[in-house]
Write a protein that binds this ligand. Sequence first.
Ligand SMILES: NC(=O)c1ccc[n+]([C@@H]2O[C@H](COP(=O)([O-])OP(=O)(O)OC[C@H]3O[C@@H](n4cnc5c(N)ncnc54)[C@H](O)[C@@H]3O)[C@@H](O)[C@H]2O)c1
Length: 487
Amino acid sequence: MSFFSTRRNFLKATGLAGAATLTGAIGCKAPARKHPHVGGLACEPLERVNVGVIGLGMRGPGAVYRLSAIPGTHVVALADLFKTRVDKAAKWLAENKGGTPRLFAGETDAWKRLVEDPEVNLVYIASPWQMHVEMVKHALECGKHVACEVPMVFTVEDCWDIVNLAEEKRRHCMLLENCCYGETEMLALNLVRNEILGTLVHGEGAYIHDLRGWNFRAGSYEGFWRLKWNAQHTGNPYATHGLGPICQYMNVGRGDQMRVLTAMNSGGFGFPEYVKAHQADIDALKAKSDGAKYGMSDKEALTGPWAQGDMCTAIIKTVNGRTIMVQHDTTSPRPYTRINLISGTKGILKDYPLQIALDPKYAAPHLGWASDAELRKLVAQYGHPLWKQSGELAKRLGGHGGMDFLMDLRLSYCLQNGLPLDINVYESCQWSVLAELTETSSKHDGAPVEVPDFTRGAWKEIQPLGIETVTDDFLNKDAKAGQQMSV
Ligand SMILES: NC(=O)c1ccc[n+]([C@@H]2O[C@H](COP(=O)([O-])OP(=O)(O)OC[C@H]3O[C@@H](n4cnc5c(N)ncnc54)[C@H](O)[C@@H]3O)[C@@H](O)[C@H]2O)c1
């Protein structure tokens, strides 16, 4: 396929023909801005954060527990397809928090009534990927703040719709990127902000997690939504865990901006071999599975073929000349890693396991990975203040070692104090949209794709994320009222 037909296809897919492109890159044009940007949006403080949680499968219930532990934060409504799931979460709330949330279940669009519930001022979405865009858009249309599980949105066209709505309604729209609150990610952010790594040059992030078993299991992903995505798409649908933290270190969207991306996928060998090795179990699963949603039947999804190439490797170049490598592989037997590598002119941090090396010119005695003792010293000195302040509490209250709790804590704290959120709508869209950009590039043998600037130039003035915490007063609010923070 020639470059020109490639470019035309991408423009058609994005619905944004007539694009101005970088030389040689597949590109698309930004629609005109109608409202001021919401890069540092601060809204009226909420006296109570009244949360409506949609989706109570594997991920959602943990959010209900965590949110209801946070001062001033109340889960007032719950929605899921299955009544048993809302009832279970409601029972937990009644027994542990004395809450009586409104329940919405049974129909595909019962969640709309949760969004429209006048008491709900934050819609918190933990539903399958295929439902996210519709839910986010309806929440914004109803004038609600919205927080959505990763990834929030998959196409450039849907990103523009969400950005335009957030700008028009002046509401927060935050991607729930919990990995931005991981202990080593926040350590890295603090090292960067203290200029210990020098001028940043390159970052690497990933989502490498063997999910083969989860995809072929009854009762895990509702309606086999993830397997169906893998059957219909390649590229990297789940870039944000690795990419989000790197963007925060580099101030991407806040002083720098992604410019161009190239991506390649390997072939898809993992699923076919897995199915062959588990044929009897999968045949039994197929016999019991007669659903059809998310674009195909369960039987088709369980049979294959699957479009997803196992390993997707993307490289992004920013306006300021930095590079970011992002990988995705959920179909190979590999130990979990997000890589989390950030390197600059004075040193490097990488994770899995955590290692730091600093240029001896700046930090004696040697160039090479810091010893265990040196590493402990660096962690003690540069651990993020939020982790120093609330890390123990977060570990006790849970969610991926505490990072999920810190994310929810900061979200609710900012809403109650009328502060900008840590992740704005532009970052939410830009990190998520690698789904389409990597798929487009990968399908064309790594052709460069222009990364849309959802800020429409405002990245030059949006302030970098600082080293943020919450106040002790906030943490102790309920303790003063005689309650201990618990789940
Ligand atoms: N940040 C993280 O670390 C992390 C971890 C796991 C999952 N996730 C994300 O969380 C989301 C949910 O994943 P999961 O593993 O819980 O999936 P899941 O399939 O277990 O749960 C999804 C829930 O949504 C419900 N649902 C589906 N359609 C609905 C509708 N129309 N109305 C109301 N509810 C509906 C399902 O019944 C199900 O209970 C995904 O976006 C996933 O990527 C994030």
